[in-house]
Design a protein around this ligand. Structure first.
Ligand SMILES: *Cc1c(COP(=O)(O)O)cnc(C)c1O
Length: 384
């Protein structure tokens, strides 16, 4: 789903809803919460990516799943002049981009099927082909890249299937092969031997395809952990999570800066006595007399409930502990003796001390999952 595209008026009095098709109502009266996406950081991250890959490597940013929750259309529009193509997972995502005016090539990762095959032609989308059945589906005039499996065992043609596929490709002169690619399964780990092995195999297999075809392998992990040692830049790279400012694995990458900050505000606060519990299940008790604040954000908006009692929030640059169970729509924060004024901005995520990678580590996932799960109900505001 495309995210809300809203503009924040300078007086903050109301939000203008631009995406009229959306059934999600943005709370126009109160700025209870929003996400800010900073395009200047996007450009810094692009620079960090190009600094890691071989000169003249094309960028094909991965903007699947609404650009990992950042909004595919605004991100694509902003990047259009600097990149050669875009990658999405579903053809429907490509359709939305085309209808918003994106002209760059769009590669679709999932295999085509009989229900969606028509849009590859009508909206000029590049199919990923890994089986002869995919080739058979493609209508004359369509373009495709061959996806080869070199070890991930998810999508991609197996080594056994490749000869059959190559023969079928020879026969289909009415469709256009434009590229060949593979995907690394352990590139987020800087010390894995699997990347070199997959690369070796890809080197062998890609040679059977025409020299003019585009070759590409690298995701974020490969770009930041391997591209300096291994010749995996080829013609193009497919940066995903790094584009949005997050490292692909546990190892932090200093040159990246998160685009996204998630902001809410204090809507309530109340005094608690020493030993009193707060929220469901009484999972936290006040260590002393003080104040507990409330923000109107909960797990229904994509804040992981597993972070209960495990995260911090920033108010005027100072970090406060989140306390008690995170609830569906509200989350509590321990203010100590600070009776912070109602309406004060409260940050859940920022590009500094509060990063999605930290949430990911605490909830045993990756930054990709954190940002893609932030609900489209949360308005996105674009700056820079
Ligand atoms: C998602 C994806 C990427 C980008 O991965 P990141 O880890 O986010 O950089 C690249 N290629 C393929 C095939 C993908 O599915």
């Amino acid at each position: 789903m495309a995210s809300e595209h809203i503009e924040l008026p300078s007086d903050n009095s109301s939000l203008v809803k631009i995406n009229a098709q959306s059934s999600i109502v943005v709370d126009q009266a109160s700025m209870n919460q929003h996400i800010t996406i900073d395009f200047l950081k996007l450009h810094q991250n692009i620079e960090a990516i190009t600094n890691n890959v071989a000169p003249d490597t094309q960028l094909w940013p991965v903007i699947k799943d609404d650009a990992y929750g950042h909004g595919a259309i605004p991100i694509a529009k902003r990047l259009a002049s600097q990149v050669h193509g875009f990658c999405v997972v579903r053809p429907s995502e490509g359709v939305i981009l085309r209808e918003s005016g994106i002209r760059q090539p769009i590669l679709v990762f999932e295999p085509p099927n009989e229900h969606n095959i028509a849009v590859y032609k009508s909206h000029n989308l590049i199919a990923s082909v890994s089986h002869i059945t995919h080739l058979d589906l493609l209508e004359p005039g369509c373009s495709y890249h061959v996806n080869i499996d070199t070890g991930m065992k998810r999508l991609g043609a197996s080594i056994e299937e490749l000869p059959v596929l190559s023969q079928a490709i020879e026969k289909r002169k009415d469709i256009y092969g434009k590229g060949v690619y593979t995907h690394f399964y352990k590139a987020d780990d800087p010390g894995s031997s699997t990347v070199a092995k997959q690369l070796d195999l890809f080197q062998k297999l890609q040679s059977q395809f025409p020299i003019e075809w585009l070759r590409h392998t690298a995701n974020s992990g490969a770009i930041f952990h391997y591209a300096k040692q291994l010749p995996l830049s080829f013609d193009a790279v497919r940066p995903g999570v790094c584009l949005y400012g997050y490292s692909a694995g546990i190892q932090a990458i200093d040159s990246l800066s998160p685009l996204l900050s998630w902001q809410s505000r204090l809507i309530h606060h109340q005094p608690v006595k020493k030993g009193e519990s707060v929220s469901y299940g009484a999972r936290w008790r006040a260590p002393r007399e003080g104040w507990v604040g409330v923000i109107p954000v909960g797990y229904a908006h994509g804040l992981p409930r597993l972070l209960s009692n495990q995260m911090q929030l920033s108010i005027e640059g100072i970090l406060y502990e989140q306390v008690g169970s995170i609830t569906m729509d509200f989350t509590l924060v321990w203010l100590g003796e600070n009776k912070i004024p109602l309406g004060s901005p409260v940050f859940l995520l920022d590009s500094d001390q509060l990063r999605a990678n930290m949430w990911a580590e605490k909830t045993q996932t990756i930054a990709h999952e954190i940002t893609t799960r932030i609900s489209p109900k949360v308005p996105r505001v674009y700056i820079g």
